[in-house]
Design a protein. Sequence first.
Length: 290
Amino acid sequence: MVSASPPPIPFRLRALGLAELLDETFRIYRRSFGLFAGLALAVTLSGMVMNLLSGSYRSWGWLTRVVQNMSNPDALQGVAQSPPPQTDPAIGLLASLVRLILVPVTAGVIIYTANQIIKGRNPTIVGALEGTLQRYWGLAGVALLGGVLLFAGILLITIPFVIWIAVRWLVGAPALLAEDLGPVNALGRSWQLVAGRWWRTVGIFLVVVIMTTIASAILGATGGAIIGLVPGLSDDLGGALVQVTGSLTGALVLPVSYIAITLMYYDLRVRREGLDLDQLAQQAQPPSAA
């Protein structure tokens, strides 16, 4: 069983600037890398296996041949005349269903773990999964309610307005887990916390998304390039290795975004409610007599 390194006890709550928030995000991830990486890989594994079973990796092999023959028109024409292999539609549908079911766990388990560490606790992989699964339906409710309302907004209103709503709900999952709320109250709590700080919230979130997207792309491209240099690989084996590498590197980058969102939730509470002062007051209280 992999456990986290002992985190600071307790985590010092305070208002965080962008640089501080990013620094704390990476510090928490570094100190508990084995824990976060293990959790991210655990929730990614089933979807990766389903993708392999569906045969979707064969398309990667076909695409690799297209890229390799870009400078050879005759060979490229031959590749283009053979359509990319088809995946098994039944398994592909099942893989999509598995990923959909795991959405609340994928996000929730990282947020749950980050929340525990910020509170000065030392979770384990098994404990984090158990704690997240206990709130599965609440997390699923946040995802479902948010998804339905945002989709309805896209159909009925405008995309900028939908983006505005999505940012107002950004810290709904951390609120649900930290304050033991239901889905509706958690989204309402997020709406309240982000009020008046929308631009700051979206700015920090965009920086985090850009950083993680670039990191994931670099890691995935590096892995794909290394695989492409291995001689004698068949298209199918090469495609499978590229897909597995992409899934694994994506899983390793995944915790960064959710740790940052959890810290954003606490930062918003500090700025709006003085949560850091409450923490200091609790620490100043003398221990109760036995």
